[in-house]
Ligand binder design. Sequence first.
Ligand SMILES: Cc1cc2nc3c(=O)[nH]c(=O)nc-3n(C[C@H](O)[C@H](O)[C@H](O)COP(=O)(O)OP(=O)(O)OC[C@H]3O[C@@H](n4cnc5c(N)ncnc54)[C@H](O)[C@@H]3O)c2cc1C
Length: 324
Amino acid sequence: MDYELSPREQTWRDEVREFIAEHVDDALADETRERGNEGRGPRARQFLDALKERGWWGLAWPEEYGGLGKTAVEQWIFIDEIESAGAPMLPLTVTSVAPTIMRIGSEEQKQEWLPRIQAGEIEFALGYSEAAAGTDLASLETRADLDGDEWVVRGAKMWNTMAHHATHNWLAVRTEPGARKHKGISMMIVPMDAPGVSVQPIWVWPGLRTNALFLDDVRVPRANLIGERGMGFYYAAMALNFERLSSARSVRRDATSGRSSRRCGASSSMGGRFATSRGYARPSRDSTWRSRRPRCSGSRRPGCSIGGASPPPSRRWRRSSSRS
Ligand SMILES: Cc1cc2nc3c(=O)[nH]c(=O)nc-3n(C[C@H](O)[C@H](O)[C@H](O)COP(=O)(O)OP(=O)(O)OC[C@H]3O[C@@H](n4cnc5c(N)ncnc54)[C@H](O)[C@@H]3O)c2cc1C
């Protein structure tokens, strides 16, 4: 088997490296590392704007959706170079959720969501896991019941990373309680500003924030169920497969320092995943995710309250730079 990059792939790598040489410096890498999961700083926003201008925001998207149609290897080259330089990665909204919508969504749904994702208006948190449904995702209990033209969503999600900055949640919910576990799940888009949505912080090693998400009778338009009803388990698996490309890069980091093997680089999207050892999970000081105390409302969106306690003292410096 030939593991060498083809001439076309080498040309692409050189182009990415040129872009990096022009747009990535130590200040950007430091900002990216220091902010962790706390949203983008000014340098990161500037960098991602430059990516958009270059047409690289949807670089793996097919051309019909405004992308470049890059292959998996070309995406890997891009991720490898960008992360090694310590620059912020493309969000999973673009690299995981959008390609899934392209494959499973109706024409109306594609028209509704893809241009807004492409424009950078939408950022998803990924709502798969629950307290008792992680590896065994099919056990999830968050439920959505149809009431007229709306779904009414009730339940709680765990490890809902970036929920405190996201505009929407890409949510796995049980819509067919009578069906077999894997067949009763659907994927739904829930706006974070919908009444009844609340977020509580969970701090994990090495000082990164993830969240618990609570959904109390949240009403969601019927059309926000993406693809076919009852197929959500398979759609989640599809989205997670897209996600793997980014994950593959992160495992090369030094597990002690959280730094890239070549240079610093805790990317905002993958930093949390990097710290997936359950032993390091650190719920809020005075309230576990179950206590649900919606206290400080620091969110920029109405109806989305950030509940819970302060981070442990050693984590406070992150908190002070927590708003993007
Ligand atoms: C920092 C962080 C960020 C995260 N971000 C997100 C996110 O944004 N969205 C999201 O949906 N999820 C997120 N996750 C959740 C992550 O994907 C889960 O941790 C994962 O699904 C595993 O679930 P669990 O932690 O409940 O572990 P469990 O399912 O309880 O598993 C615990 C251990 O047992 C092992 N195990 C489980 N079942 C078996 C079996 N049958 N046979 C052998 N071994 C088994 C597992 O491999 C694991 O080592 C995040 C997690 C962390 C820590």
